[in-house]
Design a protein around this ligand. Structure first.
Ligand code: ATP
Ligand code: MG
Length: 437
């Protein structure tokens, strides 16, 4: 019998890589917290109708990418392909709108789409996203873009491009849709198969095609920017002005349409040239109609989602693995010493130190080798003699300085120990034992 493997399009994120994920999550959490965004956690599966109504039946996501199944009670369930629909459902169901004002929410977690797996494209992938509900002010558009920018720059990603477009309001979009159909119809037979199929279902998406001939044809297609009402145009101009005021550079991209149906007005993507075909790290936009469409009160909204797999690919290229610090590695040998080592480790952890206990029971030499590899600042050594005297041998790993002290003393020198370890972690050298004890 063969071994069982992870399903196609899913992957394990092993400890080596998780360090990067934690860095991203911590950075995002901090920046979002400072901007008064609150975290929301919604279920990973929802009633299928939520996505059909929310994202739109004609979209790729609903049309061919959803993980939909019947549960044991014959309900049609879908693993969430994106975060916005669930957040909006929750916003309506929990009456968050009744709190008035603007709701600033963020989420993170796995999303599921049945796609052809390739670098930066999986069937289970992860996003961090924000949704700002209750403001139609162009400043909200710019705030969310600025925050995405902030997160990516703080992580050290500097060579990203921001593309922006406006999709206008529902009416503008409807008119533009027709103009586009009129322009494309004579070329119908020259379009790629997908695009032919989209011509009536979702013609805007044709602008997004990767097919060379289709791209050529759509080069001369009418621009959505020429179909904006004066209100839509005013909103968009203000967004662009504020971006400039904030020193955020952008490129106008009238071909940027985004995959989901619910977008209105501002749409944007943050793109990296280092990701090959899967270049978009962050996608977002305004979706003023969605809350009402899902049965809630008329509520303008805007949000984005960052694809974490793609972000991590970029980070791994750019940065050394974030360092993980360990304060103490504890080696011990002999029944009595091993018991004391366990207790000492536990007490040190309660005092706030990070402690790894060697469980191997092997010779001291082998345990020391592992202590070296562990990256710990200090090694605590307990043998028969230490166990007998209730003492411990403390060895600083960089200087190799060593001293035997009583266990009670060690546990009382918390502050000095902390200082010593911090000085090592900041400068890479310890200041020396003699000064401490
Ligand atoms: P794409 O055109 O690359 O399929 P999309 O328009 O379908 O992207 P969105 O729905 O806007 O993507 O999702 C926001 C971000 O989530 C994307 O920019 C991308 O970084 C990430 N993402 C989307 N689908 C996947 C996937 N299957 N695997 C990994 N990341 C994904
Ligand atoms: Mg997609």
């Amino acid at each position: 019998m063969g071994t069982i493997q992870a399903l196609r399009g899913t992957r394990d994120i092993l400890p080596e890589e998780v360090v990067y994920w934690q860095k991203v999550e911590a950075t995002a959490r901090e920046i979002l917290g400072k901007a008064a965004y609150q975290e929301i956690r919604t279920p990973i599966f929802e009633e299928t109708g939520l996505f059909e109504r929310g994202i739109g039946e004609a979209t790729d996501v609903v049309g061919k990418e959803m993980y939909t199944f019947l549960d044991r009670g014959d309900r049609s369930i879908t693993l969430r392909p994106e975060g916005t629909a669930g957040v909006v459902r929750s916003f309506i169901e929990n009456g968050l709108f009744a709190q008035g004002g603007v709701q600033r929410l963020w989420y993170t977690g796995p999303m599921f789409r049945y796609e052809r797996p390739q670098a930066g494209r999986q069937r289970q992938f992860h996003q961090i996203g924000v949704e700002v509900l209750g403001s139609s002010d162009p400043r909200a558009d710019v705030e969310v873009i600025a925050i995405a920018n902030n997160i990516l720059q703080t992580l050290g990603l500097k060579t990203l491009r921001l593309d922006v477009n406006s999709l206008g309001n529902a009416e503008d979009r409807q008119q533009y849709r027709q103009a586009l159909i009129d322009y494309l119809t004579p070329y119908k037979n020259e379009l790629d198969a997908d695009s032919q199929d989209r011509l009536t279902r979702n013609p805007l998406r044709i602008l997004d095609s990767k097919d060379e001939r289709t791209k050529e044809i759509s080069l001369n297609a009418p621009s959505i920017l020429d179909h904006l009402s004066s209100d839509s145009k005013r909103h968009f101009d203000r967004v662009l002005q504020l971006l400039t005021d904030l020193g955020i550079s952008y490129e106008l991209n009238p071909r940027l349409v985004r995959g989901l149906d619910y977008y209105t007005h501002t749409a944007f993507e943050i793109i990296s040239d280092d990701l090959g075909a899967q270049a978009t790290v962050c996608g977002g936009g305004r979706y003023d109609g969605l809350v009402a469409q899902l049965g809630g009160p008329d509520t303008p909204a805007i949000g984005w989602a960052i694809g974490l797999e793609r972000l991590i690919i970029l980070l791994q290229k750019l940065q050394e693995k974030p360092r993980q610090f360990l304060d103490f590695y504890v080696v011990s040998r002999g029944e009595k010493a091993e018991a004391q080592a366990l207790i000492l480790g536990q007490k040190l952890r309660q005092l706030g130190f990070s402690v790894e206990l060697d469980l191997s029971g092997s010779a001291f030499k082998k345990q020391f080798a592992r202590a070296d590899k562990s990256g710990a600042v200090g090694c605590l050594i307990l043998g028969d003699e230490e166990a007998e005297n209730q003492s411990v041998n403390l060895k600083w790993m960089t200087t190799k300085e060593q001293q035997t002290i009583s266990q009670v003393d060690l546990l009382q020198k918390t502050e000095q120990l902390r200082k010593e370890i911090d000085s090592y972690q900041h400068s890479g050298v310890t200041s020396g034992l003699s000064r401490l004890f």
